[in-house]
Every structure is written in structure tokens, then in C-alpha cells.
Design a protein around this ligand. Structure first.
Ligand code: PMP
Length: 371
């Protein structure tokens, strides 16, 4: 099997799985229970929180564990915006649906909503952001690394711009950047940060919303008071500790893995340039983990299924929207071409990918031009 869909999800790391199983078996008591067993679970939970805050250097933030990044993005955006009955909210045209569709909903509810444009590399225009920001702006949500084309947004500069507007909170979807790209900004300068476990070798079913302690989020769920009432309900200590284990293991390896994947990406790009039915959508400075392509004269889905028949796994766009059969929104914003947006595939890499696997992929793609 040749797996090239690491942006959609990653396989679980053995040590992370071991932590999960160990905690699930040996610390099954409810961390809210007052008895000794409950308190043992709670101790592990609190320890995981402290360790995650340390590894991300976000000591002044709260952590709320969620089911995934989709839930974290929803809780963050609604949590901030629904505190005010009006206000300006800003995002980009290329966010993941779990941000984009929430903004669309808030637009329908009457909030003044701005979707920032992107340039030919998939990057926002900071001047446009500066011109649009005003004292009524309550939230800016900008992803760090795009999940379709891999463009990396200038979060450091966005943080600078927002400093002039203390009312405006900054939310950053860090799902495709964390553990992959070395940040040139400090996570602690972000008001609300989203991450997802299954994109970084942790289990599916766990993500996190990490937000500044001073922020009070409007509740979307009602129940117990656990997790500040933002995500009430019984906590999975095993998922929280497994996420913690994964972050402690993979964050320090970010640079090493980045350099490795950068080489793989260059090798892949050189090979792809020889195939004249493919056009690269991802820019040179994009994350090396993601490579978006459009196909001349072949439908993206047809190619994905041909590759699947050869035991090679890539995706058309994001896994979340690939069943909708709509033009790829990000590729459309980037190229302004419906043809290119209707015929994309995404190849995504990992430090687990080898040069041999890329050679094999290139051979199969060579055969695919006749499908
Ligand atoms: N944001 C980005 C940038 C993503 O790539 C994804 C996953 N495709 C999500 C959010 C949603 O993540 P999850 O699957 O954990 O809900």
C-alpha cells in the first residue's frame, strides 16, 4: 500500500496507542468522582494539561479537549461572536469548512462578515486586513497552514496588526501547521488556537481548543461544569493523555521532520513536472506536507479511483468535502478556473514517506495519463 493522504489523517503512533490503552484500562474512573480512583484519574488529566501547556508554551491559556478540530473551531468562533449581538468578523476565503461555514451562518445571522482574498500563492493580503480592521471588529480567524494547497499565512504579522485593536480576538486553526512547520510566532500570542489529534499520529476523537484565560466563551453546550462548561460531560482521560504524549513526542521533532519532508517534496515536484497532464497548484513556499495538483483532461475522482486500484491512496480535495462533488473552493479562489477546481487531487506526505514510495507513485501516475 502507498499512502499519500496524511493531510486527511495519520496512522496512530505506537507509543501514543500504548499510552491510550494503558490509561483507558488502568485509569477508567470518572475524573469528577470524589473518591480515590476518581482523583487518580483527575491527577493524570491535570498533568496532561500542564504538560501540553508547557510544550506549546501557552501557560496563560485554558485547554478544552474536544472531539476533533471541527468542534474546537465551532466552539471558539460561536463562543466569541455570540457574546456580542453585533460586530465585524473577519476570516479568509480558504478556511476549512469548520470555520468557513460557521462564518457563513453568522453572516446569515446579521454579523458584518468579511472573507479575505488570497493571492496567487494562496496568501492573504495584509493591507486588505489592515484596511478592514476597525474598533467594531470582534474576531479574526485565519488558518496557519491551508489543508488543500499548503499555503502558510503570515500569522506573525497578523498578530502585530491585531495588537492595535484590543477588542478583536485572534483565532488560528493550527491543525495543518502544528508539528509540521516551525512557527515564527509564539503560540501564546494567539487568543484561541485549534488543534486536532489525528493529524499528528494521535487517536481520532480528540482535538483541543486552547484559549486565553481571561476570555469567557458563550456556552454552546449545557451540562456539567467540567472543562469550564465549554465542553461539559465526562472527560476521556485516555484521549487527553494520548494527545499529550503525541504532542510531547512530535513537537520537538518538527524541524527534523520538516527538513526531511521538504526533500521528499522537492523530489516529488521534480518528478511531477515531467508529467504534462498535471499542473501544480501549491506554491514553492507552501508547506512541503501538502501538494495540490490539477489534471488536464482527467477528472480528479477518476484518477483517485485509478490510483486506488493500484493500492495508492490520495484524495481529491479535503476528505471532509470530497463527497460533495463541488469545485474545490480553495483551488478555485487560487486559480479562478472552474476547470482546475473540478479536477484536483491532493498528495500529502509525512516523515514516514520514503523516496521509493515516491518513485512508485510517479511510475503509476505516468501510466495514469491514459485512464
Ligand atoms: N482545520 C483544518 C485546517 C483541517 O485540515 C481539518 C481536517 N481536514 C480540520 C480543521 C477539521 O479537523 P477534524 O477532522 O479534527 O475535525
Amino acid at each position: 500500500m502507498l499512502y499519500f493522504d496524511y493531510t486527511a489523517t495519520t496512522p496512530i503512533d505506537d507509543e501514543v496507542l500504548e499510552t491510550f490503552v494503558n490509561v483507558e484500562k488502568n485509569f477508567f474512573a470518572n475524573s469528577s468522582s470524589l473518591h480515590k480512583l476518581g482523583q487518580r484519574s483527575n491527577y493524570l488529566f491535570e498533568k496532561a494539561i500542564e504538560e501540553i501547556k508547557t510544550v506549546l508554551e501557552m501557560k496563560d491559556h485554558n485547554i478544552v479537549f474536544t472531539a476533533n478540530a471541527t468542534e474546537a473551531n465551532n466552539l471558539a468562533i460561536y463562543g466569541i461572536v455570540l457574546k456580542s449581538s453585533r460586530g465585524k468578523i473577519i476570516t479568509t476565503k480558504i478556511e476549512h469548512p469548520s470555520v468557513y461555514e460557521v462564518y457563513k451562518d453568522l453572516e446569515r445571522k446579521g454579523y458584518e462578515t468579511v472573507f479575505l482574498d488570497i493571492d496567487k500563492e494562496g496568501i492573504i493580503n495584509l493591507k486588505q486586513l489592515e484596511n478592514i480592521m476597525d474598533k467594531d471588529t470582534i474576531l479574526v480567524s485565519i488558518m496557519w497552514v491551508n489543508n488543500i494547497i499548503g499555503s502558510i499565512q503570515p500569522i506573525k504579522k497578523v498578530i502585530e496588526i491585531l495588537k492595535k485593536y484590543p477588542r478583536a480576538k485572534l483565532h488560528v486553526d493550527c491543525v495543518q501547521g502544528l508539528g509540521k512547520i516551525v512557527p515564527d510566532f509564539a503560540f501564546e500570542d494567539i487568543d484561541l488556537l485549534t488543534l486536532s489529534g489525528h493529524k499528528i499520529y494521535c487517536p481520532k476523537g480528540v482535538g483541543a481548543l486552547i484559549y486565553r484565560k481571561q476570555i469567557e466563551l458563550e456556552k454552546r453546550l449545557y451540562g456539567s461544569l467540567s472543562q469550564y462548561g465549554v465542553k461539559p460531560g465526562t472527560i476521556s482521560i485516555s484521549l487527553a493523555t494520548a494527545l499529550c504524549k503525541g504532542l510531547k513526542k512530535y513537537i520537538p521533532l518538527t524541524k527534523k521532520h520538516y527538513l526531511q519532508v521538504k526533500q521528499l517534496n522537492q523530489y516529488l515536484r521534480e518528478g511531477l513536472l515531467k508529467l504534462d497532464y498535471l499542473i501544480l497548484n501549491s506554491g514553492e513556499n507552501a508547506s512541503p506536507y501538502v501538494l495540490s495538483l490539477s489534471l488536464k483532461g482527467i477528472n480528479g475522482e477518476t484518477l483517485v479511483h485509478f490510483l486506488e486500484s493500484q493500492d495508492v491512496y490520495v484524495s481529491t480535495g479535503s476528505a471532509c468535502s470530497s463527497k460533495l462533488k463541488k469545485p474545490e473552493r480553495t483551488v478555485y479562489c487560487l486559480t479562478n478556473s472552474l476547470e482546475r477546481a473540478n479536477s484536483t487531487i491532493r498528495i500529502s506526505l509525512s516523515h514516514l514517506t520514503t523516496l521509493l514510495e515516491i518513485d512508485r507513485l510517479l511510475e503509476i501516475l505516468e501510466k495514469a495519463k491514459n485512464v
